[in-house]
Design a binder for this molecule. Structure first.
Ligand code: ZN
Length: 288
């Protein structure tokens, strides 16, 4: 796969059929990556994102004729990898009408290749800035004359992202070593960055995989909430079932604060830094 992607990247040249529209067609498997592409590419990109529904479970997504159609125009395709979006590999077989496409697999970019890795890589605070820098290179390959424009957009993005990093640093005095849990592992990398002690991971992974946890695992998980061991419950509002609803009710009953987190950009939010800052602010509010 790696070789295949490398091959596609090498195929990109500056003579793509851009003269007509003067826009680079970008397709992002996930809307948060599409958002970063929009910020970096600005007026020179047209971005379509496939996972775009804040109410749907991305883990259950399958492609349609519509998504395949978007791919036929994609000059740049961004996807997560590590089995988060296995349908992306199918989409890559869709021929581009020009036969040229640059592919960015974010997991490869972040050097995460293990199938057992937590797939929610974008919650690693380093992922968005790394992608943003890579996009400057990719867009510049296609539109060399606009290099300074893309670089200026990158600087603006990094300035905004600095607020996220500063908030993480500020929060650490409250979050370091504090035991928390979650209904699903979406927030895992950010929880690590904050120094939280995340428990109940086995149950979270079972829920992510749309299965039912064992009675023993669930009882242990629930006891951690009942006996006050966990101080915050991170509730993934996009991956829900009767088990997660019960967990949320149990947390409320036992006065464990619940912080809502989402897989993709929440309704009405188009910017990844705004999204993360609002989730970090929510943590700030519930921790003394
Ligand atoms: Zn998830």
């Amino acid at each position: 796969m790696k070789k295949y992607i490398l091959g596609l990247v090498l195929l990109v040249c500056s003579s793509l059929a851009l003269a007509k529209s003067n826009e680079i067609n970008v397709v992002a498997a996930e809307n948060f990556y599409g958002s970063v592409a929009n910020v970096i590419g600005g007026k020179y990109v047209h971005v379509e994102s496939i996972l775009n529904n804040p109410d749907a479970d991305p883990h259950l997504f399958t492609t349609s004729a519509k998504t395949s159609k978007a791919m036929t125009n994609a000059q740049v395709f961004i996807f997560n990898g590590v089995d988060y979006d296995p349908w992306s590999k199918t989409l890559l077989n869709t021929k581009n009408k020009d036969g040229k496409r640059s592919v960015i697999e974010v997991s490869q970019l972040m050097n995460i290749t293990s199938k057992d890795a937590n797939p929610h890589l974008w919650y690693n605070p380093q992922t968005f800035p790394t992608l943003a820098k890579k996009l400057v290179v990719t867009f510049t390959e296609i539109m060399p004359a606009e290099k300074a424009y893309f670089e200026s957009n990158l600087q603006n993005f990094l300035k905004e992202h600095q607020k996220v990093l500063a908030k993480i640093e500020q929060l650490k005095s409250k979050t370091k070593g504090v035991t928390v849990t979650a209904t699903e592992p979406v927030f895992g990398y950010m929880a690590d960055a904050l120094g939280f002690d995340m428990v109940g991971k086995d149950v979270q992974w079972t829920i992510m995989n749309d299965a039912d946890p064992s009675a023993k695992a669930l009882a242990e998980y629930q006891n951690n909430i009942k006996d006050g061991k966990v101080k915050v419950l991170f509730y993934n509002s996009q991956v829900t079932d009767p088990v997660t609803t019960n967990i949320q009710d149990l947390a409320k009953k036992n006065n464990v604060p619940v912080v809502g987190v989402t897989e993709t950009l929440p309704k009405g939010v188009t910017d990844v830094n705004t999204w993360f800052l609002s989730e970090l602010d929510a943590i700030d509010k519930v921790l003394k």
